[in-house]
Design a binder for this molecule. Structure first.
Ligand SMILES: *Cc1c(COP(=O)(O)O)cnc(C)c1O
Length: 837
């Protein structure tokens, strides 16, 4: 941006003050502001890479710049830790198997407030900051919403100065890279650490040892667990700074990497099997090699249980060590430590904390239990029965028999209480038991989490209610006080300020920059929805964002899209319940209409899809294939040219979301009501001035409430209607009675999209018809098509459209993750800010 170069005198004064202030805050200046060869950026080039600044590659320039930014952070990072050690505040620990953080450099630049200065300094050296971005791979350490939520939460906690540490695993391979070949998804390994990551600091001195009852060995190339071979694994922390906005608090994201201990190979070595010992050491280190790529299912996960155990053991050991080092007595644990479990993946923490208190601290059962329950809290993320975790008792015996003993004892005491409270109700005891009986006994991880913690929250009002009324009904009856709601949010730093600089600048001009940390302030733009001049500026910002995206798309992929067309966007994991198929059916309805009536009056529309399918989920992969083939057929048809275009963008990740969301006119949030726990992309779109076509599901309900339902395109069955019509719903009724539905399905059946592979899309027709259409696509299609007609009608009135879009932005304040975190802090964990001076 050239704005830094064209400064007024007051701007220049303000900038000098800010520079001085930041210099004091960080103890040094960004790239030292000088061109001095000893300055930090050049030093990193010369001393780390041994390259002359003029000869450095883009990657070397990126690494040196990132390291020089880390230099800025270092003092604050240390100071944050020292402040916590000194003040001994209640500390929040966020345990999550996933952190979908995306890129760090641009986000840290922004939160440190040094972006304009660094841009100017780098421009002076002939380096364009924006071009460096692409040198950084996305840290894709998550599948989707759950992992992204964890990333937004640690950002908000740092910004709110809440002393917090995020704990996760350092997967060497994150979520797979998606390529499309012949219309199909192909998974490629994501080797994101191939080159050293300048943002991580390994801390071998703080490694912890984890005891497994089994060994990790390799059988025909796949790692397997071998019983009764007790093993010590080492968890090595890799820390990443989490910079609060303004750079005052720098919290830590601590990711554990598995390593073999030295003792590990020694025994084998003395037995003479040198090669075997080294091989086993390598295999043991496989534990944190790869993130399991399944979203919402529990199948096929050989090492996953051991990964969860590893995360929990490493993190609790670290938490307890820090707690004791600050001189606290065991009895103070719930006053000084709040552990939030992101879904049941870290629910073993209940048993492991008990083990530490019983076996390590030597406390009695009752005291240990009281401390454990008052320290842990649990967030539920799904109502899908196939996604509720259970682990065979056999796995526990294999990996951690002591934790199984503890789970059994927790369950024995719990069921005694249940029976004492409701004598004779054996059904209740069986339903709430931590153990699922059957041919294979399993531990119900959600029950373990609810029984072993003081708080269970859902992630949107509807989801929390359904949790209480359906899947966890009996437990909610036993512990009514534990259940609560915390509607999700997203960080406005990454999702508005960073992703959409044009709109961000317009908002700042209108209401000042306070919205960056207090998003509710955007409420002040509501009156401007009726100001024609503001509407025009708002529309210009959207147009610019669309052009920017179209330009990037052309240069990155060669695809050409028309910025004047309606950008209709559905980007999220591909899953049956999210109903990408409903969107496809609507596209087919539009396509049929265009073929029927070439003179049809409809605005040109570009329908974007992006998302990854779980590699083991056949139907989801067929849906991707269908979208690609529909796109190809429509592209080749003159009847649709310039009027309807479908595009599947491969490799959906955080960076792609940051690019596309600002450009969207229409946000598709069309899950079957009752199935999307909250959704968070819905919130990102709302902040960026898209209108939403959506079902009454997840947080979309609350978004429509906040902005007024007249500013939303809501359609379809409610969660109650979905549940109540389960018994009698038949998709065939709709085939018979809705002509456009029939025509759309006929188009698929006709083989129009098969492109030489007859029957490839039979699984889609099967799911929608023969198998009963579990997610009720056909029930909602007509009302969806009607809602889309209202979309088109409004799009034809640009002023009226802009007015509603502005009102949506104005009322998006509630959906900042700062609000969610403030609610957690106040109602759940009782932790407050601990400002770093
Ligand atoms: C926000 C986000 C998600 C979550 O999207 P939903 O539509 O809420 O499921 C998933 N993946 C990425 C990369 C995201 O940025």
């Amino acid at each position: 941006m050239s704005s830094v170069l064209k400064k007024t005198a007051t701007d220049a004064r303000a900038e000098r003050t800010l520079r001085t202030e930041l210099f004091e805050r960080y103890g040094c200046g960004p790239v030292q502001f000088s061109g001095n060869p000893n300055a930090s950026y050049e030093r990193h080039l010369v001393l780390d890479h041994v390259v002359k600044p003029g000869n450095a590659s883009a990657r070397e320039v990126f690494e040196a710049l990132a390291r020089s930014l880390r230099d800025l952070i270092a003092q604050r990072w240390l100071k944050t830790g020292e402040t916590c050690d000194r003040e001994n505040p209640k500390q929040v620990y966020y345990l999550s198997m996933e952190f979908l953080i995306g890129r760090s450099t641009s986000n840290n630049l922004l939160n440190l407030l040094v972006e304009p200065f660094v841009r100017e300094e780098m421009a002076r050296r002939g380096v364009d900051l924006d071009r460096l971005d692409d040198e950084e791979p996305d840290a894709g350490l998550g599948n989707g919403g759950l992992g992204r939520l964890a990333a937004c939460f640690i950002d908000s906690m740092a910004t709110l100065a809440i002393p917090a540490i995020g704990y996760g695993l350092r997967y060497e391979y994150g979520i797979f890279r998606q390529e499309i070949q012949g219309g199909r998804q192909v998974e490629r390994p994501d080797n994101w650490l191939r080159r050293p990551d300048p943002w991580e600091v390994d801390r071998p001195a703080e490694a912890v040892d984890v005891r497994l009852q089994c060994a990790v060995q390799s059988r025909r190339g796949t790692p397997v667990l071998v019983a009764d071979r007790p093993t010590l694994l080492r968890g090595v922390p890799y820390d990443r700074p989490v910079v609060g906005h303004g750079g005052r608090t720098v919290n830590t994201l601590r990711l554990w990497g598995a390593a073999a201990t030295d003792a590990f190979d020694f025994a084998e070595f003395s037995a003479g099997d040198f090669f075997g010992a080294v091989h086993e050491k390598v295999v043991a280190e496989n534990l944190t090699r790869v993130l399991y790529p399944d979203d919402s299912t529990t199948a096929g996960r050989g090492l996953r249980f051991a990964q969860e155990y590893f995360l929990v053991c490493c993190s609790l050991a670290d938490i307890v060590r820090r707690f004791r080092a600050r001189g606290n007595d065991w009895g103070a644990l719930p006053d000084k430590v709040a552990v939030q479990l992101n879904d049941t993946h870290p629910a073993l923490a209940v048993a492991e904390l008990m083990r530490i208190l019983l076996d390590g601290a030597g406390l009695g059962w009752d005291e240990s239990w009281d401390l454990t329950v008052r320290t842990l809290a649990y967030t539920n993320h799904t109502l899908l029965p196939e996604a509720l975790e259970t682990w065979p008792v056999r796995r526990f015996e294999l990996v951690a028999p002591r934790l199984l003993e503890i789970v059994y004892e927790i369950n024995r005491r719990f069921l005694d209480e249940v029976r004492a409270k409701s004598p004779g109700d054996d059904g209740l005891a069986a339903r709430v038991s931590l153990i699922e009986e059957g041919p294979e006994k399993k531990v119900r991880m959600a029950h373990l989490a609810v029984v072993g913690s003081y708080s269970t929250n859902g992630v949107a009002a509807l989801h929390s209610r359904l949790l209480r009324e359906t899947v966890l009904k009996d437990l909610a009856g036993l512990f009514p006080g534990r259940f609560n709601n915390k509607t999700n949010g997203v960080t406005p730093r990454r999702w508005l300020l960073l992703a959409n600089p044009g709109l961000a600048a317009l908002l700042t001009k209108a209401v000042g920059d306070g919205w960056v940390t207090e998003l509710e302030r955007l409420g002040a733009i509501a009156p401007l929805a009726d100001d024609p001049a503001f509407r025009e500026r708002f529309r210009a910002a959207k147009r610019a964002a669309k052009v920017r995206f179209a330009d990037w798309l052309r240069s990155a992929t060669g695809e050409v899209v028309e910025p004047a067309s309606l950008f209709d966007v559905q980007i999220k994991r591909i899953h049956e319940y999210k109903r990408q198929l409903l969107n496809v059916l609507h596209v087919l309805v539009l396509y049929n209409r265009l073929r029927e009536n070439p003179a049809l009056d409809a605005p040109p529309r570009t329908v974007f899809f992006a998302g990854k399918a779980a590699p083991a989920c056949h139907l989801a992969k067929v849906i991707i294939h269908l979208v690609n083939n529909v796109a190809a057929v429509i592209d080749a048809d003159p009847a649709a040219r310039g009027r309807l275009k479908v595009l599947f963008l491969p490799e959906y990740n955080v960076t792609l979301a940051q690019r596309l969301i600002p450009a969207a006119d229409l946000s598709e949030q069309i899950s079957t009501a009752g199935y999307e726990a909250s959704g968070t992309s819905n919130m990102k779109f709302m902040m960026n001035g898209a209108l939403t076509v959506g079902t009454r599901d997840g947080a979309t309900i609350e978004m429509a409430e906040a902005s007024g339902e007249q500013n939303f395109f809501l359609f379809g069955l409610t969660a109650e209607q979905v549940a109540n019509s389960r018994g009698w719903y038949s998709p065939f009724w709709h085939v018979e009675h809705d002509p456009e539905t029939r025509l759309a399905l006929d188009l698929i059946r006709s083989g129009t999209f098969d492109l030489g592979e007859p029957g490839v899309f039979a699984p889609v027709l099967d799911a929608l018809l023969a198998q009963g259409d579990r997610y009720m696509h056909l029930a909602d299609l007509t009302s969806y098509v009607n809602a889309q007609e209202q979309v088109v009608a409004l799009y034809g009135q640009p002023d009226a459209w802009a007015r509603k879009a502005i009102l949506n932005v104005a009322h998006s304040g509630r959906f900042s993750s700062d609000r969610t975190i403030a609610e957690y802090a106040a109602d759940v964990c009782g932790a407050g800010p601990c400002p770093v001076d």
